[in-house]
Ligand binder design. Structure first.
Ligand SMILES: [Zn+2]
Length: 399
């Protein structure tokens, strides 16, 4: 049914969507909590209208104002910005950014050099697995290495995912702090001309890298089958170039070229050639101690848009905004459930508002789940904020 819909129907449908389905109440509560101690009105909202007209520095005081603004402007896309020391407006050049969720933007186009099923704007169930891995690794890292708790995962609307961390410590992190978190999650480096983009050194691996590899290992065989990383001469060549040791490289090349083209078989053979070689040249293998791990990471580890994370006032698409090109809702999902998400079951405005659509019931049900997921994160954030405010009040009483 998707073919029957197009962008020209949005002006008619969006007002109904914003009134009936957009979770206005919980959205305002989430933004208020994430803006505290500043009022909700100090938060920048930005709208993209029809024909790419762009409105920045909008703000609201409460849900009623949000509803009025959405009806009046009917944005095709809704973005969220930073919290200022004053109500944001175009004229206020002295406004200072005080806080902002720590955000992550992962987009499948950044995987174009490794994914083989799709390129650019395309996405399918096969390459969605890269997003599943990214989500699991980043979520675990944020919780276990940084101690963050209020983490919201959102489908970007087309081919990626966004993550919003609302913990007070994350919101008030300065630019160098944000850059440090982004760098911590950045293992793949170097541009198009660099063949081997991961270097883990030769010392024992950091816990965070070991944990990432455990996640990757759950999906790696399936990815080899889906993506066929090693099946053609070109792809095999790319992998061989990641082997820094010339003798090993030519041994691997000889063994793999004469094999059937399935990547899973070739990968197993590569591992066994590597293990034999490492055993025989035990005093000389520091450079390739983690070669297998490095290649897995280069294929599968999250590829972040680091500028989005580093920037203090980077605008990011709001949860439950509609993607103007696909009509899909930016649904909130649970990180543990990313692997079960089916792209065609993600609600779209067209099937949500069309009772006769065959996807209507399924999309409505998934929309309810997404709102419930959003509520859960917001309720726990409100609790954490209440505790923080009480602790702050106690500390000030002591003095
Ligand atoms: Zn694909």
């Amino acid at each position: 049914m998707v073919g029957l819909y197009d962008e020209s129907m949005l002006p008619e449908m969006l007002p109904i969507y914003y009134t009936r389905l957009f979770p206005q109440n919980i959205f305002c509560r989430w933004l208020s909590c994430g803006s505290s101690p500043q009022p909700l009105s100090n938060r920048e909202l930005s709208f993209t209208l029809a024909d790419d007209v762009y409105l920045r520095y909008l703000s609201i005081c409460n849900q009623k104002e949000l509803q009025l603004l959405l009806q009046k402007k009917c944005p095709h896309k809704l973005d969220i910005g930073a919290v200022y020391n004053t109500k944001p407006s175009i004229g206020r050049h002295d406004a200072v950014v005080l806080s902002r969720e720590l955000v992550f933007d992962i987009d499948l186009t950044d995987y174009d050099e490794v994914r083989t099923c799709c390129q650019e704007a395309k996405v399918c169930e096969k390459c969605w697995k890269f997003m599943v891995i990214a989500c699991e690794i980043i979520d675990k890292t944020l919780k276990e290495d940084f101690g963050f708790q209020s983490i919201l995962w959102v489908f970007s609307g087309r081919r990626g995912i966004h993550c919003w961390v609302s913990d007070y410590e994350a919101r008030t992190l300065d630019s160098p702090g944000r850059a440090a978190v982004a760098d911590y999650l950045c293992l793949i480096t170097g541009g198009d001309n660099q063949n081997k983009k991961v270097n883990l050194g030769s010392d024992n691996l950091h816990t965070s890298i070991r944990r990432a590899l455990t996640v990757i290992d759950k999906y790696f065989d399936q990815l080899l089958k889906d993506q066929e990383f090693l099946s053609t001469t070109d792809r095999l060549d790319k992998m061989l170039k990641m082997i820094p040791d010339e003798t090993l490289r030519s041994q691997v090349q000889k063994s793999l070229e004469s094999m059937p083209e399935t990547s899973l078989e070739r990968w197993k053979m590569f591992q066994s050639v590597y293990e034999n070689y490492s055993r025989e040249s035990s005093n000389n293998n520091r450079k390739i101690r983690y070669l297998v791990e490095e290649i897995k990471i280069q294929y599968c580890y999250p590829r972040l848009d680091v500028n989005v994370t580093k920037g203090f006032n980077h605008l990011l698409k709001s949860p439950f905004s509609i993607h103007p090109k696909t009509g899909k809702v930016s649904v909130v999902f649970k990180p543990g459930n990313a692997k079960n998400m089916k792209l065609d079951e993600i609600p779209s405005i067209y099937s949500l508002l069309d009772d006769s659509s065959p996807d209507n019931a399924q999309h409505e049900a998934n929309m309810r789940v997404a709102v419930k997921n959003f509520q859960e994160v917001v309720f726990s954030l409100e609790k954490a904020e209440a505790i923080r405010r009480r602790n702050d009040a106690n500390i000030s009483l002591e003095f």
